[in-house]
Design a protein around this ligand. Structure first.
Ligand code: UDP
Length: 353
């Protein structure tokens, strides 16, 4: 059996880590194809190096252009790759433009698509991730849900039960391996960790300014690894110098996964608009302050560990000062066996083609 795994962004590489480990164990032939969506050392190569991922067999070069041009370039690259490789199945992760391009190229060639992290819904019609995820779910042959809620979303939407599997979150698989391997200690330290990169936040002068002002005015120590897109917009909106002057905020480059896990594990609270970071924060028992109003994983709100502050300065400041949940944290994300389950299902469904 041959799998083509389409990856293109930082969160994809991290999820690929757990899948790669399991493929090695099962001696499954998996070809990694890199769409080039994230391409520089700190957003791409460092993950391949740190996580000992095999060098992709194909690497695309994309210019940083509009979503349309970027997706189109990846689509035509992936079509050629898939025609050449003729895999039994194409595996795509999450909700980025690479996911959309991979799924579309594959299904048009009648190669079944399996979607890892299917069914997450924010019901925010124009959120770029929501658009990608909904389309990919519609054209996938097998849907792997990370949470019960995602599973139920898919069933409610009418996806046939025999194609939808609740396997738990692959993010948890990768996180647990790394925490154990590097003996990373989890404690509530004295600083808060901040990550922002969602388009809704960074391309809005108003939202970005509100968030930056709240971080500065909180006067609490903050570690803030900067996504390259965030850095670009902070500069454009004349906010970068303002942050640099704040003595309590430590700006960092984008971190490799191991370093990022260490910083996360030692944080007091986590302020983020990231889909992945909020789950990792929950798994490492950190109070989560969401800097975007979009709701992903409502179970984290229901149990009291995630607070939606959006870009509201007053809410962010209050949460930094006072948000200290003590309630129990239910197991939302499964038992860190997602990769094992995903590959066993893939083998069963596509192994004899
Ligand atoms: N991450 C990292 N270094 C950083 C920031 C994030 O390794 O400086 C990891 C993080 O652990 C998570 C993933 O990148 O697994 C999340 O990526 P991002 O927030 O860019 O994307 P999203 O999850 O929102 O799609």
């Amino acid at each position: 059996m041959k799998i083509v795994s389409v990856v293109g962004t930082r969160p994809n590489f991290i999820k690929e880590y757990a899948i790669e480990k399991e493929c090695r164990k099962l001696k499954i032939n998996k070809v990694i194809v890199h769409t080039g969506q994230h391409y520089d050392f700190l957003m791409s190569d460092i993950f391949f190096r740190e996580l000992s991922l095999p060098k992709p067999k194909y690497i695309n070069v994309v210019k940083k252009e509009s979503h349309g041009k970027e997706t189109a370039a990846m689509l035509s690259f992936l079509e050629e790759v898939l025609k050449k490789e003729k895999p039994d199945v194409t595996l795509v992760y999450g909700d980025v433009n690479s996911t959309l391009a991979g799924a579309l190229a594959s299904v048009k060639l009648r190669i079944p698509v399996v979607h890892v992290e299917a069914g997450i819904r924010s019901y925010s019609k124009y959120n770029p991730e929501e658009i990608n995820r909904r389309i990919v779910d519609c054209i996938s042959d097998t849907l792997f849900a990370a949470t019960r809620e995602s599973y139920e979303n898919l069933i409610k939407e009418g996806h046939p039960k025999k194609c939808v599997y609740l396997v738990g979150d692959i993010v948890k698989d990768s996180l647990e391996i790394i925490i154990k391997k590097f003996n990373i200690k989890i404690n509530r330290g004295t600083y808060n960790l901040v990550t922002i990169h969602r388009m809704e936040n960074i391309t809005s002068n108003v939202r970005l300014k509100n968030i930056v002002e709240a971080l500065i005015e909180s006067k609490q120590d903050i570690k803030f690894p900067l996504h390259p897109n965030t850095e670009k917009y902070l500069k454009n909106f004349n906010l970068l110098n303002k942050i640099k002057k704040a003595k309590t905020i430590e700006l960092l480059p984008p971190l490799g996964y191991i370093e990022f896990m260490k910083v996360l594990a030692g944080a007091n609270k986590v302020l983020t608009d990231s889909g992945g970071v909020r789950r990792e924060a929950y798994l490492l028992r950190k109070p989560i302050i969401s800097l975007i109003d979009i709701v992903w994983f409502p179970d984290m709100i229901k149990c009291g560990w995630k607070y939606i502050a959006g870009d509201k300065k007053r809410k962010i400041l209050q949460a930094i000062a006072n948000f200290n949940p003590q309630s129990p944290r239910p197991n939302i994300f499964g038992n860190a066996q997602a990769a094992v389950k995903i590959l066993s299902i893939i083998k069963k469904r596509y192994g004899k083609r």
